[in-house]
Design a protein around this ligand. Structure first.
Ligand code: CA
Length: 655
């Protein structure tokens, strides 16, 4: 979800005609570069003419050469340029209804000049960093072993205390040995120490809103407004004017993260384009790539002025080829699909199969909702409720998110960690990874009245992300009378719930530093001052950071918390009876998932005051309390019951 409210415009719609357009099966659309010639192909069935304009640079100057493309079969136009054309820039221009449309890169442009206005002919092999042929995805077994860390490229390095030289740039993520003023690690070193497995980057494809030629750091945007899907964003490169630099620097980023044991997820936004009438799609094939509403205007399930039409063969093909390109050319390890509920299920399942044919460990997840109504029927779309119909694709669990801290639509609402009762079933639903479990009363779950994940690997378990308030800010807003000490307890309890639950946990970068955006909710274009990760907080909240880091380690060392199937969850996870509201207790029994711990009792108290809970028979060793995590055991409980302090978690084990 995100919050642009762009103006909607009237399209030149030819609804109904698109079915007549022939599809093209080939995988050579756009520019195919060879040392001795470059071939261009553009699919534009209704075009009256198509021409290619060649330029010396990515901006300015007049065309050096104009070539008319020839009509080939299946709606394709093509031409060949002789000689080595690497480094030339180009646009295409389509004649439609007697008029030449504006110049544009083609949809498949693999590199562009500044601000993505011209494509660039590029020799991709020449952009490989040294050792690229030896780059390997770090090892990964089950999807439930993944721990996601959601990060904006700028936010990592834009605070002066980051100690990172390449502020706001791709290379900033490759710097090691960086420290805050107190000598604590920042940036990549910090992420590696935290122990997450995947860095999920907010949009890194070419987006519209930031002027790449503007002076450094004057503009900020999350980037959910795509211009060129197959090109990296220029403002994250050290030289946006040379189209090859951003390509090389992004590959270096992936290579460095891989070398540090981290996989890389790309946030992709195929559900709409940043521009509507003047998008690359509409300048090449007016109307085709978008859905239309009954009155002939652009339908707008994205709330950004348009929504794409994945059910149309050439849009479906485009999305799939684009993601395959990122997986193969840039070694991207997975995709977070923005407003996935706009896309149709058939497309998503085809995509999943094609990506898994490249590498079965590529992970796909998305937002199982839209930002507005869509003309495509709900049953056909990749909505959260349909997740079980998706093939190895996960969805975000807003049930758990809002059960923990309150609805994102009511800033003063509270959740389990902030003392609201009646949220227990929503939280329990999150604990079992949104799967079918006999002990969940689905009628009491806040949003979903039925399980939506077929397997826990289909559930993204989280409490906050780039959207909405950070967890820390939310607790400040919804609990204005609570002391900082109590809000810290709530924060730790929420993160403990995320990191011990079944499913695939997702952390908003900086949650381990009690990240604040100064109370700004929709910070998509707020300055660095709001969005940056303040590395001084690592010193200030060192104890809280260490606790969250220990939770990550606990999860990684104990397969009981990341069972790979719904069946194993039903077999090994039993909720225990509790006497009071705002208490949740469960047992992972029988060396769940091959865990070396025989039985694990996991207890959560959302009440402000302590509560005493009965334990199953036998002696129990405390390994986690509100202050620390020690797997050797801190205390042995022999009396059959244990006290859990207010607003805290406790984990006990039997070996
Ligand atoms: Ca851009």
């Amino acid at each position: 979800m995100f919050f642009f409210f762009c103006k909607s415009s009237k399209p030149a719609v030819r609804n109904g005609q698109y079915d007549q357009y022939p599809a093209y099966e080939g995988t050579d659309l756009g520019m195919v570069y060879q040392k001795k010639k470059t071939i261009f192909k553009l699919w534009s069935p209704a075009a009256e003419a198509v021409r290619l304009l060649l330029y010396a640079a990515g901006e300015g100057g007049s065309a050096l050469q104009t070539k008319n493309l020839k009509r080939a079969s299946n709606g394709v136009w093509e031409t060949t340029l002789n000689g080595n054309q690497a480094g030339s820039y180009y646009t295409v221009q389509v004649k439609s209804e007697g008029k030449w449309l504006e110049e544009t890169p083609d949809p498949y442009a693999k590199a562009t000049g500044v601000n993505g206005r011209r494509g660039m002919i590029i020799d991709l092999a020449a952009t490989h960093p040294a050792g690229w042929e030896n780059d390997r995805r770090p090892a990964q077994n089950a999807f439930t072993d993944i721990i996601l860390y959601e990060l904006h490229v700028r936010d990592l390095s834009s605070h002066p205390a980051s100690g990172i030289r390449n502020t706001g740039k791709f290379p900033g993520l490759t710097e090691t040995g960086t420290r805050n003023p107190d000598g604590l690690s920042t940036g990549l070193d910090h992420i590696r120490e935290l122990g997450v497995t995947h860095v999920h980057l907010l949009p890194i494809f070419d987006f519209h809103s930031v002027d790449e030629s503007a002076s450094e750091g004057t503009q900020y945007n999350w980037g959910y407004d795509p211009d060129n899907y197959n090109t990296p964003e220029g403002s994250y490169s050290t030289n946006p004017k040379d189209g090859a630099v951003r390509v090389r620097e992004l590959k270096q980023l992936v290579q460095t993260l891989h070398a540090n044991g981290l996989r890389v997820i790309m946030d992709v936004v195929y559900n709409h384009t940043g521009q509507t009438d003047q998008s690359v799609f509409n300048r090449c094939v007016p109307g085709y790539y978008y859905r239309q509403n009954a009155s002939g205007g652009w339908s707008d399930a994205s709330a950004c002025g348009n929504e794409t039409a994945s059910e149309r063969p050439m849009m479906r093909k485009y999305m799939i080829e684009s993601m395959k390109y990122w997986a193969q050319e840039y070694h991207i390890d997975g995709f977070r699909v923005d407003l996935m509920g706009i896309h149709d299920i058939a497309t998503m399942n085809l995509l999943s199969a094609e990506l898994r044919a490249i590498d079965p460990t590529i992970f796909i997840y998305g937002e199982g909702w839209t930002a507005g109504a869509s003309p495509l029927p709900d049953a056909q779309r990749a909505l959260k409720a349909n997740t079980w119909k998706l093939d190895k694709i996960a969805a975000f669990g807003d049930d758990f998110r809002d059960g923990l801290k309150g609805s994102v639509f009511d800033h003063h609402d509270r959740g389990f960690v902030s003392g609201k009762s009646g949220t227990e079933e929503s939280v329990k639903f999150g604990i079992v990874g949104a799967t079918q479990h006999p002990q969940i009363n689905y009628s009491k779950v806040n949003y979903s009245k039925a399980p939506w994940a077929g397997e826990p690997s289909q559930a993204i378990t989280y409490v906050d992300c780039h959207d909405n308030h950070t967890l820390w800010d939310r607790l400040s807003i919804s609990c204005p009378d609570a002391s900082e000490k109590d809000r810290i307890r709530m924060h730790k309890l929420a993160v403990a719930l995320v990191l011990t639950s079944q499913g695939v946990p997702f952390m908003h970068a900086g949650v381990e530093l009690l990240r604040t955006k100064q109370g700004v909710e929709n910070s998509y274009k707020s300055p660095d001052l709001i969005n940056h990760i303040d590395w001084k907080r690592k010193t200030q909240y060192h104890a809280e950071h260490d606790y969250i880091r220990a939770l990550v380690q606990l999860r990684k060392r104990h397969p009981a918390f990341r069972l790979p199937s719904a069946e194993l969850i039903r077999k090994h996870l039993q909720f225990m009876e509790v006497s009071d509201p705002n208490l949740i207790a469960y047992q992972l029994s029988g060396n769940a998932g091959g865990d070396r711990w025989k039985n694990i009792a996991v207890l959560f108290n959302g009440n402000p005051a302590a509560r005493t809970l009965k334990l199953p028979a036998g002696d129990w060793k405390v390994v986690l309390d509100d202050q620390k995590i020690d797997e050797k055991g801190m205390e042995t409980i022999k009396r059959g019951e244990v006290t859990v302090p207010g607003i805290s978690a406790k984990i006990l084990i039997q070996e």
